[in-house]
Design a protein around this ligand. Sequence first.
Ligand code: UFG
Length: 335
Amino acid sequence: MILVTGGAGYIGSHCAMALIEKGYDVIVFDNLSTGHLKTLETLKNIARSNNFNFLKGDLLNTENLNKAFSSGNIEAVIHFAAFSQVGESVKDPAKYYRNNICGTLNLLDAMRKYNVDKIVFSSTAATYGEPVRIPIDETHPQNPINPYGFSKLAIEKIMDDFDRAYNIKSVRLRYFNVAGADSKSRLGEWHEPETHLIPNILKSTFANSKTFQMFGTDYDTKDGTCVRDYINIEDLVQAHLLSLEYLKKGGKTDFFNLGTKTGNTVKEVFTLCEKVTAKDISVETKPRREGDPAQLVADNTKAKQILGWRPEKTLEDSIKSAFQWEKKLQAQINS
Ligand code: UFG
């Protein structure tokens, strides 16, 4: 059985779905602070047999964790549960350090207690901070510039120590910009409030919605807007399945960038959204958003070599699936 923390959230739910479809027994542990019950209903409907369970619980509550670990034979953990908004982490660092770091420490302690020795962890490109070279490989210095990035880096360090001292093996996946939705539109990105680029552009195409705001057009990039590396959610999920297999085969603790090695500017993404939606999307130009580096592009060679991972989907694929999902979400909101 695989324990998926944060399995009611965007990335966690897509991963739980892929695990269920592969025939793994899955238990989702989520406090529903940002995840959705409706997402869990979808997962339950997808699980053909009895291979999906949900436990409402909080990582800060050790009793909840005991319940999760004692409920079955947990073979490995895939850990998504975390707060993930950079801006919010600057305003309220205590929330991020307590939830992300203390919560993970409790999870790792529970793993020790119940002799579970494999964990796949969602880390982030935000652990690198302001890039000193592009593309960013895994040896790039890690100097996060916000509490969110620091909380994830602290966990990476804790995981190294837990390997040395207690032999808990981890794979840390450093995500760049995750985009898109399940290609059958069963699940998708559903944040409240939404802060990410692609869903915000797409949302602005619906009636009574806010005009899309483009933050910063004076960066030192080819068209003045920020460059990001957009990795499709389904490709990203595949890397988690490969990481799990890697650990099951006795792989050592390691960390990998998950990106495409291709950068796209905000303006390029916007233009592609206009093409996919066949709409002229109105846009308001705003000053730079605090804490946004000009460019973040991953060198993904290591994940290709060691995990045998290959991202296959294009940015256009991600925008198409995100748009399909967004239409479904809007219909749900308006019903
Ligand atoms: N942007 C806009 N308008 C919006 C939203 C975003 O112009 O409404 C711009 C941002 O300023 C940035 C780019 O679009 O230039 C991408 O922004 P996102 O918020 O979509 O993504 P980030 O690159 O800020 O953040 C993502 C993850 C974080 C993670 C980070 C790692 O959301 O969790 O990558 O670098 F920390």
